[in-house]
Write a protein that binds this ligand. Structure first.
Ligand code: ZN
Length: 117
């Protein structure tokens, strides 16, 4: 009862610091972020950045797994549209790779929540 949270969470914006997407967005919109010391999580608490993970297999907070799955699915759709934007500097191959990457992550977040088979 000392208030220490043993769970590994996902950052609320699970994809903000994803290197691949960050590079895509930076190239497209000029957006780059610095890593913070503490972050808001998908389940609504604030934890040290070290207590979060973007690896589905590492995240033990179920609410965060649900959150991350939805975020990755949504991002896959957003990235899929990037390639069709006027003035976009990303290639079709880059878009395809990122879309696959996030659909895969979404599936892995869904798989691990509850039953392991
Ligand atoms: Zn959480």
């Amino acid at each position: 009862m000392d208030g220490v949270d043993p769970h590994i969470h996902v950052e609320q914006s699970v994809t903000r610091y994803d290197a691949r997407v960050r590079n895509l967005l930076a190239g497209t919109f000029g957006l780059v972020g610095d890593l913070p010391e503490t972050v808001g999580t998908g389940c609504g608490v604030r934890v040290p950045y070290a207590m979060t993970s973007s690896r589905p297999e590492s995240v033990t907070c179920l609410a965060c797994r649900e959150h991350a799955r939805a975020q990755h699915l949504r991002l896959a759709e957003q990235v899929a549209r990037l390639g069709t934007m006027p003035g976009s500097t990303v290639t079709g191959a880059q878009v395809d790779g990122a879309v696959q990457h996030h659909r895969d992550l979404a599936r892995r977040f869904a798989e691990g929540s509850g039953d392991n088979d």
